[in-house]
Design a protein around this ligand. Structure first.
Ligand SMILES: NC(=O)c1ccc[n+]([C@@H]2O[C@H](COP(=O)([O-])OP(=O)(O)OC[C@H]3O[C@@H](n4cnc5c(N)ncnc54)[C@H](O)[C@@H]3O)[C@@H](O)[C@H]2O)c1
Length: 415
């Protein structure tokens, strides 16, 4: 079996972490037991470009139980958990991922996954799908799935300009993905990453959240809960207003730059904080990014204009500015929750990855009718995923009476 990982000896530690995560992924377990019976992915190679974490490992095992041959490569050079990679290789699942790999190794690994001629590709950020439309047009797939907002935006741009040549299931569009993973997952794990990187107390700090979308709302509310004074920077007036009515201060990036102690970008956009902002920041501020790519902060300029730099803690680098101020950067400006912590907790990846497994099945089952466009999973899948998760949280679900159903679908009854 072909693979490229850091250290196969870490397999036992990785297996323990995978098993622990699996215990909190009850929805995926439900999908998995059906997959064991029905084998809906029989014989299909599924190449996944996802963060190589304990939760992803559980998805790979579920796909294999469904009859697929899964291959895994990393969707970020800094998010790979080397012990998990080793445990999957011990399970005879090919993995191409090493934490901290350089860009050329990263792309070598993505190409190695595609060399297995997948029938389905699974992305977190559309890197596999992009290659299918550029250097690897030799690969014909049934379809692709996409995990994150940034990937869906890129694929929608391909569909809009007529470039898209494969059907895509936008898993991020499922309610049980973006309303939970992006909000609660990113909210908690982003702060976890910043705390692990710096060990600062967030209470009393001015925390600037740039981007008040699904992720930003989660980050802001978790920071608020820890006692931080939250400032939001937004370009969308409705979202900015929603932040203001949630009790946060809303400012321009220029004003926030002067007021903040910790800056967190979650926009999916580029250079939302740049030199004109870095120049106004106080001595000792911490910068962190939780958006998909490491371009939300203009790091090239920060690196070029700094007069010195050093690693002050494992995932925290300090830059000296010409006027004597210091600016700290967590996890190289890459996804801080995966670079400096363990990514989203299994409890929430449970729903995202159940949707991923069901999306792969959807592509295989409907392959004869799908066109090269962006699909969303049917709402019944959301309802099913949410119901199973709710029952595991001990929640009871109310049902509509017949009378209520008729009232809600009629128009005659009024004042
Ligand atoms: N860290 C993780 O594990 C994780 C998880 C899910 C999504 N993501 C990524 O996080 C990013 C955000 O995802 P989302 O689902 O919240 O997206 P979203 O579209 O719901 O929200 C992004 C927000 O950023 C705002 N924005 C854009 N440019 C801005 C600018 N220059 N200044 C201020 N605000 C700006 C937009 O108006 C929008 O409200 C994406 O890149 C997504 O892929 C990361």
């Amino acid at each position: 079996m072909n693979y490229d990982i850091a250290n196969p000896d870490l397999a036992e530690v990785g297996a323990r972490r995978i098993a622990w995560a699996g215990r909190r992924m009850q929805v995926l377990e439900t999908v998995r037991s059906r997959f064991r019976e029905e084998k809906p992915l029989n014989g299909h190679v599924v190449a996944a470009c996802l963060h190589v974490t304990a939760e992803t490992a559980n998805l790979m095992l579920a796909l294999r139980d469904g009859g697929a041959e899964p291959i895994l490569c990393a969707s970020n050079p800094l998010s790979t958990q080397d012990d998990v990679a080793a445990a999957l290789v011990a399970e005879e699942i090919p993995v191409f991922a090493i934490r901290g790999e350089d860009d050329s190794t990263y792309y070598k690994h993505i190409n190695a996954a595609l060399d297995h001629a997948p029938a389905v590709t699974m992305d977190d950020g559309a890197d596999l799908a992009t290659l299918l439309h550029t250097d690897r047009r030799d690969i014909e797939v049934i379809g692709s799935t996409e995990e994150t907002t940034t990937g869906v935006i890129r694929l929608r741009a391909m569909a809009a300009d007529g470039t898209l040549r494969v059907p895509v299931v936008a898993v991020n569009d499922s309610a049980t993905k973006h309303l939970f993973d992006n909000h609660y997952g990113t909210g908690q794990s982003t702060l976890d990453g910043i705390i692990r990187a710096s060990n600062i107390l967030l209470a009393g700090q001015n925390v600037v959240v740039v981007g008040f979308g699904d992720c930003g709302r989660g980050v802001a509310s978790r920071a608020d809960g820890l006692g931080a004074k939250v400032i939001v920077v937004e370009v969308d007036p409705v979202r900015a207003l929603s932040a203001a009515m949630s009790g946060y201060r809303v400012m321009t990036a220029a004003d926030a730059a002067e007021a903040g102690d910790v800056f967190i970008t979650v926009t999916g956009n580029k250079h939302v904080l740049r030199m004109e902002h870095f120049n106004k920041m106080r001595d000792g501020v911490i910068l962190a990014n939780s958006g998909h790519f490491d371009i939300e902060l203009d790091l090239a300029s920060l690196r070029a204009e700094s007069t010195g730099r050093r690693q002050v803690r494992e995932n925290l680098e300090e830059f000296d500015m010409p006027d004597g101020r210091r600016i700290l950067l967590a996890a190289e400006g890459r996804l801080v929750n995966l670079g400096a912590a363990e990514g989203h907790p299994a409890d929430v990846m449970d729903m995202s990855f159940s949707n991923q497994a069901l999306a792969a099945e959807y592509l295989v089952v409907n392959q004869d009718t799908l066109e090269p466009k962006i699909y969303t999973l049917p709402p019944e899948i959301d309802e099913q995923v949410a119901s199973i998760k709710l029952s595991h949280l001990g929640g009871g679900l109310e049902t509509l009476t017949q009378d209520q159903k008729e009232y809600l679908s009629g128009w005659q009854e009024g004042t």
